[in-house]
Write a protein that binds this ligand. Sequence first.
Ligand code: PSU
Ligand code: MN
Length: 308
Amino acid sequence: MSARNYLDVSPDVSAALSEGRPVVALESTIITHGMDYPVNLEIARACEAAVRGAGAVPATIAIIDGRLKAGLDETQLEALASAGQGMAKASRRDMAALVADGASGGTTVATTMTIAHLAGIKVFATGGIGGVHRGAELSFDISADLEALATIPVAVVCAGAKSILDIGKTLEVLETHGVPVIGYRTDRFPAFYARESGHGVDYRYDEPEAVAEMLHTQWALGLNSGVVIGNPVPEGEALDGEEIEQVIAEAVREADANGVSRKDLTPFLLSQVVARSGGKSLAANTSLVRNNARLGGEIAAALNAIES
Ligand code: PSU
Ligand code: MN
């Protein structure tokens, strides 16, 4: 039996894929574990609208009642958002158990890439990717997102990575696995709330068409890895780098003190950052995910124009 037998593609996503129109995948751990209800639902809808605004069809990805879903209806989106952290966080190691048990989960970047690829979707937009955690030399905490980026040919548009991670080590692991890191209209790798992380990117492109040409070439060469496209938070919405750095350092100490580890660590750090930054981070978060969804739509449209 093929993996596609476990997959449901929504009617609008299915029509777009068969008619050769652009589609952008969106993840759902950001909905279940990244933000609280009902803001998470508003942002999920806003991301879908931003993809549509760029002339592409959004495919929000999740696992629902044991089925892999590419494209959710309004009822499914509402159910995910309102369940929040009561829903499983579905990383790749959770996929088989959730499917076998008929259970549901919000999909991480790694799982979303897996399901997007199965559905034939090449471009995916999110907020930030997971990576190598601070102190990973002792904890070995390296996100499964990096392994997925190493092995799945899907482009991930993101605002870089939050500095809850060790961004330098994250970039080293991506390099080891041959994952190109592109800056969109920037030479610097962005750090989610801040427009730059202190690290450079491998290549810079200033137009969606140029990114699409690079992606097309990557995969035409048989280099079957993902590609990271770093799109900095819009200028007016960026937070002060030092201020957010302090907040993150406190959150990391709090996690250490409470012995939080494994799959609980990232959601714990994310909620600590929101709590400690007095919600200031929410406006930046909203703005950057929509910005990524729109760029994802533009890149998907440009890639379609090359490949059709
Ligand atoms: N980083 C963020 N926001 C997020 C996540 C990461 O800034 O919402 C989520 C994504 O779904 C990502 C996951 O794939 O956390 C990584 O979790 P872990 O570090 O446990 O692999
Ligand atoms: Mn981890």
